[in-house]
Design a protein around this ligand. Structure first.
Ligand SMILES: *Cc1c(COP(=O)(O)O)cnc(C)c1O
Length: 354
């Protein structure tokens, strides 16, 4: 006899980001702005002044305070995580019993389904409309009929880049009182339909945020969950005590305390996103191969085309990485030069394909 892996993890492989090095990386929705030296130095000084031989603050109170001031809530409703990925993992693993049903939407962020399968939580997929919008009335009916215990989705959505209105999302949360609703607002800095400030008023709502996109700290690994007292107490009780390290707490605190800096970065990214979208709409007007360029509420643009794979590969050959998913392409906004390079390459590739 030899040790056997259990059935749910036997066939899994480690996550593979695009391998190889490319001149231009527009595949992971990161910010194209790097942190000013002055902010890095301030964070480094914080670290030097703290004792590295001691464990960090398990509740990251200073950091959660800065987050709460920036986003307009209170620190008591905020739990910090080692990236919002950790919080998604934690919620999926701890808030559901095996065989309880967690609903994900299609299309949406693939990690929701992934963590469900790792923890043996039954995930079932509720389809979106053909135009990629969500029928929240049918969704609420489905949840109440099936007795589902959880629903998780991103708003604005990765990858569709579409955003639901605040009113529609809050109505959904209200209509499914027995179901935990997790709204992942990773991209809400680029849109204005956040329900974060209402999170503590709902008994069945957790709002997730990340510092990996607009805030520009993907390498630091920092995310937040915002919820009322009861859910926050449960989140803090099930997380590992020292999940957010001292360096991350210091950098996160310095950056989130510099509100003008974060607002300025967000505005720059939105301007770049608008320029990329405008350029893609021009290509759409002349190249019939592009079937749909979706309106965007995020830092990327989502495109439907049957030639997605060919276009993706032709861009890689020019050392430009974007994301390819079936009949769709997702292109993240970059610097002016990067946007221009991808638009020029696309023009050539589309012309050659036609
Ligand atoms: C990028 C992304 C995250 C990421 O989070 P981390 O904080 O980097 O773990 C979470 N949700 C969605 C929808 C994302 O696109």
């Amino acid at each position: 006899m030899s040790y056997e892996l259990n059935a749910k993890i036997r066939e899994l492989s480690p996550y593979q980001p695009i391998s190889g090095s490319y001149r231009i990386r527009l595949d992971a929705n990161e910010s194209f702005l790097s942190l000013p030296r002055e902010l890095v130095e301030r964070a480094a000084l914080d670290v030097l002044n703290n004792q590295i031989n001691r464990y960090p603050d398990p509740y990251a109170e200073k950091l959660c305070g800065a987050f709460a001031r920036f986003y307009g809530t209170q620190a008591r409703y905020v739990t910090a995580g080692n990236g919002s990925d950790e919080l998604i993992s934690l919620i999926t693993g701890a808030f559901f019993q095996p065989e309880e049903e967690l609903i994900t939407l299609e299309q949406d962020f693939s990690m929701y389904h992934f963590y469900g399968s790792v923890y043996g939580v039954k995930t079932s997929i509720f389809p979106k409309n053909p135009d990629l919008t969500v029928d929240t009335v049918s969704l609420a009916e489905y949840i109440n009929r099936s007795g589902s215990r959880g629903l998780i989705f991103s708003n604005p959505c990765n990858p569709t880049s579409l955003c639901m209105e605040r009113r529609q999302v809050l109505r959904l949360v209200e209509q499914v009182p027995d179901c935990l609703v997790v709204v992942d607002e990773a991209y809400m800095d680029f849109a204005d339909e956040s329900i974060l400030r209402s999170a503590h008023l709902c008994d069945n709502l957790i709002v997730l945020k990340t510092c990996s996109k607009a805030v520009g700290l993907a390498a630091v690994r920092l995310g937040f969950a915002v919820a009322g007292d009861r859910l926050t107490k449960a989140l803090r009780a099930v997380k590992s005590p020292y999940n957010v390290n001292e360096l991350t707490q210091s950098v996160g605190y310095q950056v989130l305390s510099d509100q003008a800096y974060v607002v300025d970065c967000t505005e720059k990214i939105i301007r770049s996103r608008d320029a990329l979208y405008g350029g893609l709409m021009n290509l759409y007007a002349t190249h019939r191969i592009l079937q749909t360029v979706y309106p965007t509420s995020t830092n990327f643009v989502y495109i439907r085309t049957r030639y997605a794979k060919a276009i993706f590969q032709a861009l890689l050959e020019r050392s430009i990485a974007i994301r390819y998913m079936g009949d769709y392409l997702r292109i993240c906004a970059g610097t002016k030069e990067e946007n221009q390079a991808v638009l020029e390459a696309l023009d050539e590739i589309l012309t050659a394909l036609e």
